[in-house]
Design a binder for this molecule. Sequence first.
Ligand code: NAD
Ligand code: ZN
Length: 249
Amino acid sequence: MEADIARLRRMIESARRAVVFTGAGISTESGIPDFRSPGGIWTRQAPIDFGDFLASEDARRESWRRRFATDPVLRAARPNRGHVAVAQMIRAGIATAVITQNIDGLHQASGVPAAQVIELHGNTTYATCLDCAARAEIDVLRAAFEATGRAPRCERCGGLVKTATISFGQAMPAEAMARADAATRAADLFLAIGSSLVVYPAAGFPRLAARAGAALVILNREPTELDPLADLVLHREIGATLGAAVGVQ
Ligand code: NAD
Ligand code: ZN
């Protein structure tokens, strides 16, 4: 085993309250593209701001058109070796929580109890009404969209329905932020995995962890702005690296 991976392994083995923080990079090996890699989603299309979603039926239709277009990829995606390694750390009691920027539900699918997954940017595998918070299922919404050509509305109250994600310009989920803050402050080891660490406030958590005394590890193919703060930086592929460090296939 190479020296940096062996070091990661020792850090994981001696941790008691590790926190795993993940970004889109942990899901690329499951076939879901990230945003900022070359060829990533944002090199092709600009994100739709929450204000535009509220203000414009065209923006809502475009937002839903994109969501339905990515549906086959999301449905086919299965947890990869990186997700499995994270789930093993939770199962072994080494990690207390997974703080994720991802909206794909793959940590839950890999066996991490939902109560231990803190979703900072929500979840795209279902939708909610922006007025009454009623939940709606993507399949049902797609059928309505295809039949009417209009952005879906809430069956209960007529309000705007949106994937249960946090868009740019939308308030962060207060409870998730508070839980992430508490887990980070209590952490003895903080693993930032597969994130470019440029989206705030999410990227504030690795900073906070380092300040609060946790050992900080950054595992990402490309350098990040926070590399200088880290105790260990691995510019490696996630599945193979974490799989070897945790000892899962
Ligand atoms: P990002 O796209 O900004 O950064 C991903 C990072 O992961 C990149 O630096 C890239 O070099 C690295 N990476 C990709 N595949 C890797 C691999 N196999 N091994 C090692 N490194 C790898 O992602 P982000 O920081 O999460 O921010 C993007 C935002 O977009 C997030 O807020 C998230 O909500 C959303 N997003 C989510 C998903 C998802 O749920 N799977 C996918 C795309 C975007
Ligand atoms: Zn409603």
